[in-house]
Design a protein around this ligand. Structure first.
Ligand SMILES: [Zn+2]
Length: 186
């Protein structure tokens, strides 16, 4: 069943489906949250993740990338005992590592969104290679769901889903697969 059909029957998913899934976002913390949610979800259900979303945001300093990149051993140890998040050592380590990588993207490209723009457009297989080179815990499914969810790859919604037209009106990057001057890295 597609996510659109599933969300119609699952109250906990209706708001996310109708207001976030597939809609383009550019804010660093907003993008990083979605990457963290996808990484956290691996092997689990999206249902578990959405229910914990609020607590996860609090546990991860509301996705302040600079703060997460600076987490020390004590912070890692605390996270491993924090029931608000998915307590998986590899996932937590990847989230901290990925935050540091995004800090580097501030210098190299002007930020996470600008880094994504610099590599767009790209087919999924090449996106996965690029993500694997730069991030940890970013396999094919995670990269696909993340990029589809924030508008860099199409098909977040079924063609007959009423939200599909709303997403189109927000000009997701997948709809305009060329680079504007703004998007060329310095
Ligand atoms: Zn839909």
């Amino acid at each position: 069943m597609s996510y659109c059909r599933f969300a119609a029957t699952a109250p906990a998913h209706q708001e996310f489906h109708a207001t976030e899934h597939g809609f383009p976002i550019r804010g660093e913390s907003a993008l990083f949250e979605r990457l963290v949610l996808e990484i956290s979800q691996a092997g689990l259900s999206w249902d578990i993740i959405l229910k914990r979303r609020h607590g996860m945001a609090a546990a991860f300093d509301h996705y302040d990338v600079a703060k997460i990149a600076a987490y020390d051993e004590d912070a890692r140890a605390r996270l491993l005992t924090d029931a608000r998040i998915i307590r998986n050592r590899l996932k937590i380590a990847a989230i901290i590592y990925n935050a540091a990588q995004i800090m580097a993207m501030r210098d190299s490209h002007g930020g996470f969104a600008a880094w994504l723009d610099a590599h767009h457009p790209q087919n999924l297989a090449d996106w996965v290679k690029i993500f694997r080179k730069n991030f940890r815990f970013t396999g094919g499914e995670i990269v696909h769901e993340f990029l589809m969810g924030v508008g860099y790859l199409p098909d977040a919604h079924d063609a007959d889903c009423p939200i599909a037209a709303q997403v189109l009106r927000c000009n997701p990057p997948w709809q305009t697969p060329w680079q504007t001057p703004r998007q060329i890295p310095r």
